[in-house]
Design a protein. Sequence first.
Length: 249
Amino acid sequence: MNKLQELKEYQVALLGLFIALGVILSTFIFSHAVIAFQKLNTQALTVTGSASKNVMSDSGMWKAYYETRNADLKSAYATMNENSKTIKEFLVANGIEDKDIKFSPVNSYAIYQRTPNGYETNKVDGYRLSQNVEVSSNDINIITDISKKVSELVEKNVEITSNSAQYFVSNLDELKVEVLADATKNAKDRAESMVKSTNGHIGVMNSAKMGVFQIVPVNSTEVSDYGINDTQSIEKKVIAVVNATFTIK
């Protein structure tokens, strides 16, 4: 009976020993993992990479606003119809197709008489009508020429206010992906250059954060925290920035 009791106590002691060894071993493994993780975090390098590409616009847009005033509403609408006809003839003559010409609905405002003190009365003194016109084309030269020839409409008594021509790049999304990839490569190249003098090596990329895109005139150095989307220049520069963190071996 005593030997059986001693055997049980021995087995319990042995089990306790195994458990203690297991706890020590697991603690060692966990501590080693924590140290390795901390080491990984401390032996990391964050760099900023950038890349750019010059591109040419392949489409354009021109917008304008015109109006007329008349004491008689019917006469005012007649003048607007004539102005719209004149503008359309001008655009077609300069290479714009009918389908690419868009006229907005006519806006009509009553003009009220005022007292000598400048207060508005309820008596209608006349009407002011206004309308917008917009054209687009894949031929940017046509858009440029139209924006420069607006004075021809003024000479025909059309009260028109022209906006600057706008230019766009149709495959901008594809270009962004391409320039972003180049910026990421540039970040890696910079990181490798920085650790080369210490005989270190760049490992995996832990994280990457994309900055805002800048679309600026080709010779511009302007940047903005919110990004720039230039529509005034024909030749543009697409710029991408990437902040990347790499491990150091």
